[in-house]
Design a protein. Structure first.
Length: 134
């Protein structure tokens, strides 16, 4: 449920490598992109949560679980990023596929995993639409 909440965002961040791959496939990133056109087992890109759903879930369970607390946590879980499969493998190789860096605490940089894995994200936002699939 947490992952779907994030995935329904209207726009995602994108790595320069993923931008190049998508443009080579003829995807016009200046127009809204249908999620299903760039995500799936046979697609060269993946959707990645800046703060993994597992970390968000733990924060929610440790909170007071009030509406205010839940909204505050969900608002601070960061953007969804579009990465290449190779970049996603780099996160996994560093043990960061489902957790944040060891020194990270809520309020620190939301892109800390990407920084630690040497993955750049552009400031560019890609408009997204369509069904969310998990």
């Amino acid at each position: 449920m947490i992952a779907k909440y994030s995935l329904y965002a209207d726009s995602y961040r994108v790595s320069p490598n993923a931008t190049a791959v998508l443009e080579q496939l003829g995807i016009d990133l200046s127009q809204p992109v249908r999620r299903g056109a760039i995500y799936g087992k046979k697609k060269p890109t993946v959707f990645e949560h800046a703060v993994p759903a597992k970390v968000v879930r733990a924060a929610l369970l440790a909170s007071t679980r009030s509406v205010v607390a839940v909204k505050r946590i969900l608002a601070r879980c960061g953007p969804v990023a579009i990465l290449t499969r190779e970049e996603d493998t780099r996160l996994s190789a560093r043990g960061l596929s489902q957790k944040m860096p060891a020194t990270w605490v809520w309020g620190d940089g939301l892109l800390a995993r990407y920084d630690e894995a040497g993955i750049d994200l552009s400031k560019r936002l890609i408009s997204m639409y369509g069904a969310v699939k998990r």
